[in-house]
Design a protein. Structure first.
Lengths: 662, 150
């Protein structure tokens, strides 16, 4: 009964998307306030219906209702409760339902909190959001119905893919989807503005918090996915340039560019045409990602099932939305008025440089991801494009960008002074130089690039700090007034500094963990010892253990340093009973920011076992840096000038002009 | 600077960055991509020594030999031809005799394929697409339809 109710709610939601797709826009074009006012209640009811539908599927999972096909294929009665819950989106149908849920959630947010938007822009935005929603709800109902029943319910289900039975499934997909799908709002705003033919600085101010929100979650989602792969797959790698990873990374890169260009548009009314295009691109890349992951053209843990009908359906949606919005753009964009002009060396110039490198990097990732698919489709030739390709293309594009990062915030708008900017960054430069030399001294000349990478990371971090410090003239006015001024800085200034600092932290983690990692692969018998980066790891033996829905062989290791006990690690090899599928559980010990990582290979029968032992210096900084970046986005969102529900734009412009001209 | 000069500077720098990016991409595509080969391809074509390739096929039954220091050797077959492979490291969880595998590495002077990675597969029934097609080429694919990953 509950299941039918969920299905019915989804069908009702589809009917409402059709209303949303027509009525508010009609109102906006005919200036009929009553028709426009339909958008808000419809967006809220749509959200409640999809939420009810999602709730119904969740209940089916929690009750292990094996009369539902989706539950049969992906659940098991012995599965721990948490995984019964997260298993709702650990499959194709459920994850698409989550996708749609977040889509309508964002629509409802704009409906409820968009009170200060001009009514026609709000109505048109919700209509465009309605189009996207209609497409994806139809996709669910037509090709991926999560509520399909089975005629003869089995007694037991097939269980969830063991790799997904992890706390990571509770965190990574929802965060990633909020980011991915969150960009639909910027897309809807862009298309609505193109339809209405009106884009100004106020538009950018409305769009920026939504972009920041989506970007913040996408950053966290990617970082958590990376950490999950790192500890779950047992390979010790944190990024594989796998097409599925790239699918989420491309919208991130484009979204980062969008964040920056929206600043120029908001402050200077320049780059309008470009910002709108980026907004379209960013969500298009999200859609492309969904297509790559959900259609089955790629094989990975994310591609749950391959069904050609689904691929064709998403591809059609992709073509309609991307093609339609780009056609609209080609038609309407030339009508947009160009805004303020600026010298090449200026804050705007810096942000343009950021956009150039980020889009070029996006293009490189795009080519590397799609080229093998296209080549296979056309010539049937099978190739793989792996890490070397991306290291050679993406890497060199990031270096000039990272060098430029600290300069951006210290240059002034319109016309900047490179020399004065450099003077403000002397301290950061000095520190970066010292750290580079220190790393050379520590490691010698064997790795030339790594110390330079460390220097670059320190440069970005120190640059972010010194921008804030020199901005309030901290050392000139003394600490007491200095702290007061720091406290008084606008949220967006803090946001920039914190996010840029996070970038530096992540880069530092990447450089040190890649260059100075120590890896040993050894066959060990009980009592054997292996030495890694000053830690002595002793294998004490292995013993079987039984979990709720798996059995495992646990290796017991003791870690000592200079004879003193440090910790014990229990990496294991599991076999999940329902699917007879083995997985590897790594044993990880965190020391400061570094990690000791142990994973087991297959046993040899005579008590010997293959072991991978890694020491990964500062590796956690990769993820800590990402969290700091998202914190930066939160700071920026908290800025008074951007706050949702803030006073009208006219009043705000007045307060903005009172602020010191930077 | 006039408006025109500014615009030219902007377009010029955009052009430079894009040209550099394009150059990098083309260079990398020329140099860094790895072709997939079946054992038959390797036997018939002459692949230059030291060129990185991906070798895929089935792990031959009873061919896996493990020795100390995590050294493993096995044979990869597409039922028509067989290639010897050595690998140092830990094999992925789903590596089994009689199952599909994709390895990446170079062919050594003695004709033995030295793999530096053996691909992890996420699903127990999963047959790498390339391997399925290579087997079809040999007329030994009994699966009928395309393999499904679930």
């Amino acid at each position: 009964m509950v299941v039918e109710f969920g299905h019915y709610a989804l069908v009702l939601a589809f009917a409402l998307t059709l209303v949303q797709s027509v009525v508010p826009l009609w109102g906006a074009l005919t200036k009929d306030e009553r028709l426009m006012a339909v958008a808000t209640p419809v967006s809220v009811v749509m959200f409640l219906l999809v939420l009810a539908s999602f709730g119904a599927l969740t209940i089916a999972y929690l009750n292990s209702d094996f009369s539902v096909l989706n539950v049969v294929q992906n659940s098991h009665s012995a599965k721990p409760l948490l995984y019964k819950f997260t298993g709702v989106w650990g499959n194709h149908e459920g994850s698409m339902l989550l996708w749609v849920l977040i889509l309508v959630f964002f629509g409802a947010l704009v409906g409820v909190f968009g009170g200060n938007l001009p009514s026609d822009l709000k109505a048109a935005t919700l209509t465009v959001q309605g189009w996207v929603t209609a497409g994806f709800v139809l996709f669910l109902l037509a090709t991926s119905n999560p509520f399909a029943r089975v005629a003869h319910p089995p007694i037991e289900g097939a269980d969830l893919n063991p790799i997904l039975q992890d706390i990571g499934l509770a965190i990574h997909p929802p965060l990633l989807y909020i980011g991915y799908v969150g960009f639909s709002i910027t897309f809807s705003f862009a298309v609505a503005a193109l339809i209405l033919g009106r884009i100004d600085a106020a538009w950018a101010r409305w769009v920026r918090p939504w972009t920041l929100l989506a970007w913040c979650f996408l950053t966290l989602g990617i970082a958590m996915g990376s950490y999950w792969a790192y500890y779950e797959l047992g390979w010790g790698g944190w990024w594989f340039w796998d097409p599925v990873e790239n699918a989420s990374f491309m919208p991130w890169l484009a979204g980062t560019a969008l964040l920056h260009s929206a600043i120029v548009m908001e402050k200077r009314e320049a780059l309008k045409v470009w910002t709108v295009l980026l907004a379209i691109f960013t969500f298009s890349l999200s859609l492309l990602g969904t297509f790559l992951v959900r259609s089955g053209v790629l094989t990975s843990v994310h591609a749950f099932a391959t069904d050609p009908a689904r691929g064709v359906f998403i591809l059609t949606l992709l073509c309609i939305f991307i093609g339609g919005s780009l056609a609209l753009y080609a038609w309407r964009a030339p009508m947009l008025k160009q805004g303020g002009i600026f010298a090449p060396i200026s804050r705007e110039g810096g942000l343009v440089l950021n956009n150039l490198f980020l889009t070029a990097a996006t293009a490189a990732v795009f080519v590397g991801t799609l080229y093998p698919l296209v080549l296979d489709a056309i010539t049937g030739e099978k190739i793989s494009v792996g890490a070397p390709f991306f290291n050679l293309t993406f890497g060199p594009l990031m270096i000039p960008l990272l060098i430029a990062v600290p300069y951006g915030p210290v240059l002034s708008w319109k016309r900047g002074d490179l020399l004065a900017a450099t003077q403000r960054l002397y301290a950061a430069m000095g520190l970066a130089l010292v750290m580079t030399l220190f790393t050379f001294w520590l490691w010698g000349m064997e790795k030339v690039l790594a110390p330079l990478g460390v220097g670059l990371a320190v440069w970005v971090m120190a640059g972010a700090i010194s921008e804030i410090v020199t901005r309030v003239k901290f050392f000139e006015i003394g600490p007491k007034r200095g702290f007061a001024r720091l406290w008084g800085l606008p949220g967006s200034a803090w946001g920039t500094a914190v996010a840029h600092f996070g970038v530096g932290v992540t880069v530092l983690g990447i450089v040190t963990a890649s260059a100075f990692q120590v890896e040993h692969i050894v066959t060990m018998r009980p009592g054997d010892k292996v030495e890694v980066s000053g830690y002595e790891v002793t294998f004490d033996g292995a013993a079987p253990r039984r979990g709720p829905n798996y059995t495992e062989e646990v290796g017991h290791f003791t870690v000592r340093r200079d004879g003193a006990y440090v910790t014990e690690l229990d990496p294991s090899k599991r076999v999940y009973t329902a699917r007879q599928m083995p997985t590897t559980e790594a044993g990880i010990h965190t020391i400061g920011f570094s990690q000791l990582y142990l994973s087991l290979g297959e046993g040899r029968g005579d008590g010997a076992v293959d072991v991978r032992v890694y020491f990964k210096p500062l590796i956690t900084l990769i993820w800590i840096g990402s969290v700091i970046m998202s914190l930066g986005a939160l700071f920026s969102m908290a800025d008074r000038r951007l706050r949702i529900g803030a006073p009208k734009p006219a009043a705000r412009r007045k307060t903005a002009s009172l602020a010191p001209a930077e | 600077m006039t408006r025109k000069q500014r615009r030219l500077t902007l377009i010029g720098s955009a052009g430079v960055v894009l040209a550099v990016a394009l150059g990098l991409i083309l260079f990398a595509l020329n140099d860094q991509i790895v072709f997939f080969q079946s054992p038959t391809d390797i036997t018939q074509k002459s692949i230059p020594q030291g060129q990185r390739i991906r070798l895929g096929g089935l792990v031959e039954e009873d061919s896996v030999v493990r020795s100390d220091n995590a050294q493993v050797s096995f044979r990869v077959t597409d039922t028509a031809n067989v290639i010897d492979v050595t690998y140092k490291g830990i094999l992925p969880d789903l590596f089994r005799e009689g199952q599909g595998v994709v390895t990446e590495g170079v062919i050594g002077p003695d004709g033995v394929f030295v793999a530096d990675s053996v691909l992890a597969k996420h699903d127990e029934n999963y047959m790498p697409k390339e391997v399925a097609e290579a087997l079809k080429d040999q007329g030994h694919w009994q699966g009928g339809e395309e393999p499904e990953s679930q």
